[in-house]
Design a binder for this molecule. Structure first.
Ligand SMILES: CC(C)(COP(=O)(O)OP(=O)(O)OC[C@H]1O[C@@H](n2cnc3c(N)ncnc32)[C@H](O)[C@@H]1OP(=O)(O)O)[C@@H](O)C(=O)NCCC(=O)NCCS
Length: 177
């Protein structure tokens, strides 16, 4: 029997900041596009997660952690705080699975839980973007996200060189049409 996967809401705790920082640093080292350049300094990673979890504590976002046998093996962030004319929109960000646990459905479980929470919080539209090179396009498309388009040369990859970004959207509730 494979070990149980638990998806939990994370809050500002030293151990959580430590574990998320380890995951982010390893993800960047692996060359994956998650907004940071290689090498990612530990202090930069910790500051990022401290700020992100503080925003989660203020209910401006939800940070989910995927745990297997007590080890953090994945995370995703659901951004909730948008301008007054977009109260119905949520955004998916910082989706990553520990390299050795990829291909086992961890990210899928994280995204399904994020979508459920978004619905519970009254969101009807999700948006996100992912790198053209090495992003997670097929994963998002499998989960029903629609392509808006590609912005070329949008960001640097962790080891340098530009890549485009693909913008996605998904209705998760009633639409205006
Ligand atoms: C993208 C990522 C989170 C996927 O994590 P995962 O736990 O391996 O994903 P899953 O096991 O749930 O994969 C589900 C499906 O998506 C596909 N998929 C997974 N990662 C993919 C990737 N990087 N590119 C394209 N397809 C991918 C898998 O083939 C799988 O399909 P299957 O069910 O037919 O086998 C992981 O590869 C990762 O951490 N990448 C680096 C960070 C990143 O790029 N994040 C996205 C930023 S927007």
């Amino acid at each position: 029997m494979s070990p149980q996967l638990d998806i939990v809401l994370l809050s500002s705790q030293p151990q959580v900041i430590d574990d998320l920082s380890d995951l982010l640093i390893a993800t960047v080292k692996n060359g994956d596009s998650v907004s940071f350049m290689y090498p990612l300094a530990r202090l930069t990673a910790e500051t990022f997660w401290k700020n992100s979890l503080a925003a989660a504590d203020r209910n401006e976002r939800v940070v989910l952690g995927a745990y297997m046998e007590g080890t953090l093996i994945g995370t995703v962030t659901l951004l909730l705080d948008f301008p007054p004319n977009q109260p119905h929109r949520g955004e998916i960000a910082k989706l990553m699975t520990k390299v050795s646990y990829r291909g086992q459905g961890v990210a899928t479980s994280l995204l399904l839980k994020a979508e459920k929470i978004a619905t519970e919080r009254g969101k009807t539209l999700l948006t996100l973007d992912t790198a053209v090179e090495g992003g997670a396009a097929s994963l998002y498309e499998k989960l029903g996200f629609q392509v808006t388009g590609i912005i070329p040369d949008f960001a640097l990859k962790p080891y340098g060189g530009l890549t485009g970004t693909i913008i996605y959207w998904k209705h998760i509730g009633p639409t205006s049409q």
